[in-house]
Structure formats: structure tokens, C-alpha cells
Design a protein around this ligand. Sequence first.
Ligand SMILES: CC(C)(COP(=O)(O)OP(=O)(O)OC[C@H]1O[C@@H](n2cnc3c(N)ncnc32)[C@H](O)[C@@H]1OP(=O)(O)O)[C@@H](O)C(=O)NCCC(=O)NCCS
Length: 221
Amino acid sequence: MSTTPTSKALEGEWNGFVFRLATDEDFPKISDLLRDNFFTSEPLTVLWGTSEEYERDVDMMCRAMLGDNLSFLALDAATNEVAGVRLNFHNARESQPAPPTNQNAKRITYLLRLLNEKSQLFDTYKIEEFANLFTTCVHKNYRQRGLVTEIYRRTIALTRERGYFLAMATFTNPFSRAGAAKVGFQELARIPLKGLKDEDGEELAPGASDDFCITQAVYIL
Ligand SMILES: CC(C)(COP(=O)(O)OP(=O)(O)OC[C@H]1O[C@@H](n2cnc3c(N)ncnc32)[C@H](O)[C@@H]1OP(=O)(O)O)[C@@H](O)C(=O)NCCC(=O)NCCS
């Protein structure tokens, strides 16, 4: 008997792509996608650079998220190549982020804390849990075809099917932010990075442009 998870709301074809839930077996493909397409162009990683420790940390987080059965893939319908991934997890009030083990993870943990302090999701919406849309990546060969926008649309359907009241997404990339806004995500918190200091008083994002920011947005399901 197959134990592959399914979702009526998510799965199916769209514009030459096939969507399906991701399983633990997909982890090597997801890790490869991130190495070649995320760490090379996600704005914060581009600014800070990457390291083996950081990429391993992200791998570990992704692997853990797959267990929540909320993450999914978009495959090229013709070749079966992974064109995009959406990594989501179940965020309970008592959930604690893994302690950072490297400089990039430390800075990101700090930024997420600043966003959470601004938005106060649990108290604002009187909830004990929500769907946390951790990150997304579209393969370089499939960008600017509306794929991430469709990924956000299907994330809404999936998280609604799972009974969540709210989905929350964090954005460092203006293009994923634009795709999510198009399907109705509402911005709750924004931190401009230019001149921002970290916990030790050091500039957190030297070289950040005037418009570089990290934002948090929600969709009420
Ligand atoms: C960000 C990313 C997911 C966007 O995926 P995508 O499938 O190319 O995005 P879409 O085609 O759905 O485009 C969304 C919007 O951004 C615009 N856009 C996307 N890429 C663009 C580019 N390079 N230049 C200008 N506009 C762009 C699109 O035109 C669209 O806006 P519109 O609806 O007003 O036309 C992809 O570039 C990526 O994986 N980047 C690296 C990893 C990353 O940064 N992940 C997100 C972290 S928050």
C-alpha cells in the first residue's frame, strides 16, 4: 500500500507543470534545487555569501519540514524535472526555531524575531498555530512564467484544506512578495535592511540597497 500523501486541493496540472505534495524521498532533489537555484540568487544569501554550514542547516530544516506534509513540488510535466518547491511547516505557539550554528542563520533568526515582535501573530489573531510558509524556490529555467504566483495560490488551497485559519509568509525577494500579493497576501510587518544593526551592534546587511527589506505577510484562510 502506498503511503504517499495526497491533496485534492493542491494536486494537478497547470501550464505544463504538475503539482504534488513533497515526501521525504524528494529531499535529495530539493536539496539539489536549492544549491543550484536558491543559494545563488536569494537576495540575503547573495548579500552575505553562503557556506557549507549554512546550506547544511537549511537542508536540515527542509528535511524536518517535509515531515509536516505541507510542502510541495511543481514538476515539469514533460521531463519530470523539479521546477519549483514550496517549503511549509506547522508553526505552533510553543515551536522554537533551531539554535543558529552559523553567521547567516544567526542573522536570519534575528530578523525573524524582529518581524514576529512587530506582527505578534498569535495574540493579534488569537490563534495557537498557523501554516508557516518558510521559503520557496523556482528553478532558473522556469522563472518569470508565473510559477511562484501559482505556488502561492495552491498554498492557500492546501493550507485551507488542512484546516488552518491563517498562512504566514516571509519574503526577502521582491518577486515572491509580488506573486503572493497578487493572490491576496496582506503585509503585516516590514524591516528595511539598510543601516540595520544586529544584536552585537554590527551592521547586519552592509551594502543593502535603500529598498532591500524583509517582510511578513498573511492570508486569512
Ligand atoms: C523569487 C522567485 C521564487 C520568483 O519565481 P517566479 O516563478 O519567477 O515568479 P513569477 O513568474 O510568479 O513572478 C512574480 C512577479 O515577479 C515578477 N518577476 C519575477 N522575476 C522577475 C525578474 N527577474 N525581473 C522583473 N520582474 C520579475 C513577475 O513579472 C511577476 O510580477 P507580475 O505578476 O506583476 O508580472 C524566483 O526568482 C526564485 O526562486 N528566486 C531565488 C530564491 C528566492 O529568492 N526565493 C524567495 C525567497 S523569499
